[in-house]
Design a protein around this ligand. Structure first.
Ligand code: S3P
Length: 426
């Protein structure tokens, strides 16, 4: 795709539905007793992977292409059938890690595989706790990488301190905890997104939350949860960055999930001095939602680290773009997890923005950016990582001259990205 900087940006955006909540709506309702209607599910490649795996496990899901709603006919907590073939999670870490937890509670054999990128992502983080609970689970390269082979069964509750702040790990353990013979507790170094906790509680699971820990009791039944999926703040982030950094911009975005555990990008924008406001705060699908307006801003550098990191993890690559337009040195630290995403997002950010003239330096646990700098056009390779593809597009919209974006993979989380971008720059 080719992008150029438009002279002005006036856009009104309807955000795509949240990817994390869409995955969970299908996965959790698959083991509920009864039928749930999911309005506004994200129709992206990752969510399609979850749905395809669940169908192979015997779950009936009515979801036609382009339909505004899907119906999941839950099979009950113990109702998944053994799949006849391997389950292909394709590019989706959420599918593989959450399914691992779910399948650990089922006495069936499952083989989970993924595409070339997913087969390089760390799985010991779920294998270790699920094995402690009693699941038989193995992976390639000394039980660290996909494909995974899982034979679930009788599980015991554990008290697990995860070395990483990861909602995928936490959710896998909580799902397995539904099947354990006693309480399961999972603690993490800092609180990660809490969609699983909110949804499982609404479905009748017994959960108690500490500041960065959750306890779950075994369940005998989950109620189906019909919900409307709110807009994804990770898909809003490109718009927030474009609005703040472009010299003549005003962007309004409707229906954004502003859940505290996901809202780190808003705190970062505030600390950088961005001109934006939230309005019409309301609740959709059990999540706090607001509309946001953002305008061209004078930005200053900031430091991002500690508990803020998991609250903004998928948005940190875009913080590097903000930093190119901010006065001073921006530092992102405590973010080694960026290296374990669809690609190594530290190296990917440095390579992508470096091609456009940014002064960005890799660190073992993040990066630093010296600003402000005038970006110039160039060729950015997203390398098949959707967040890097979107970063290339947004940086290109803010650069002098033409930018070419290769291998953008935006269909993983934001299928209408290019169309929305084209409309905003007319
Ligand atoms: C997700 C959790 C995060 C995030 C990913 C989606 C989820 O991953 O990066 O895009 O839906 O639980 P980690 O759990 O690996 O931090």
């Amino acid at each position: 795709m080719i992008v150029n900087r438009p002279s002005r940006i006036r856009a009104s955006i309807e955000v795509p539905p949240d990817k994390s909540i869409s995955h969970r709506s299908f996965l959790f309702n698959a083991i509920a007793t009864g039928t749930a209607t999911i309005e506004n599910p994200l129709e992206s490649e990752d969510v399609r992977s979850t749905v395809a795996c669940l169908r192979q496990l015997g779950v009936e899901i009515d979801w036609a292409d382009g339909a505004q709603a899907a119906m999941v006919h839950g099979r009950g907590l113990h109702g998944l059938d053994e799949a006849e073939d391997i389950l292909d999670c394709r590019n989706s870490g959420t599918t593989m890690r959450l399914l691992s937890g779910l399948l650990s509670g089922h006495p069936i054999l499952s083989v989970l595989m993924g595409d070339e990128m997913l087969r390089r992502r760390p799985m010991a983080r779920v294998i270790t706790p699920l094995r402690q609970m009693g699941a038989h689970i193995q992976g390639r390269k000394g039980d660290t990488l996909p494909p995974l082979a899982i034979k679930g069964g009788a599980l015991g509750g554990i008290d697990y301190a995860s070395p990483v702040a990861s909602a995928q790990v936490k959710s896998a353990v909580l799902l397995a905890g539904l099947y354990a013979d006693g309480e399961t507790r999972v603690a993490e170094p800092a609180k990660s997104r809490d969609h699983s906790e909110r949804m499982l509680r609404s479905m009748g699971a017994e959960l108690a939350e500490g500041p960065a820990s959750v306890r779950i009791q075994p369940a005998t039944r989950l109620e189906p949860l019909s919900l409307r999926v709110p807009g994804d703040i990770s898909s809003v982030a490109p718009w927030l960055v474009l609005g703040a950094c472009h010299p003549d911009a005003e962007v309004s975005i409707r229906g954004v999930n502003v859940n505290e555990s996901r809202g780190g990008i808003l705190d970062i924008l505030t600390s950088m001095g961005a001109d934006f406001e939230l309005s019409e705060e309301r609740t959709i699908g059990g999540e706090p939602v607001a509309d946001i307006v953002i305008r061209s801003s004078r930005l200053k550098a900031t430091t991002v680290g500690g508990a803020l990191v998991p609250r903004a993890i998928d948005e940190l690559p875009l913080v590097a773009v903000l930093a190119c337009f901010a006065e001073g040195e921006t530092l992102v630290r405590d973010a080694a997890e960026l290296r374990a995403k669809e690609s190594d997002r530290v190296d990917a950010v440095v390579a992508a923005l470096g091609r456009l003239g940014a002064k960005v330096t890799a660190r073992p646990d993040g990066f630093s950016v010296a600003g402000p700098i005038a970006l110039h056009g160039g060729t950015v390779d997203g390398g098949g990582d959707h967040r890097i593809g979107m970063l290339g597009a947004i940086a290109g919209m803010l650069a002098d001259g033409e930018t070419k974006v290769l291998n953008d993979a935006v269909g993983v989380s934001y299928p209408s990205f290019w169309e929305d971008l084209r409309r905003a720059s007319q």
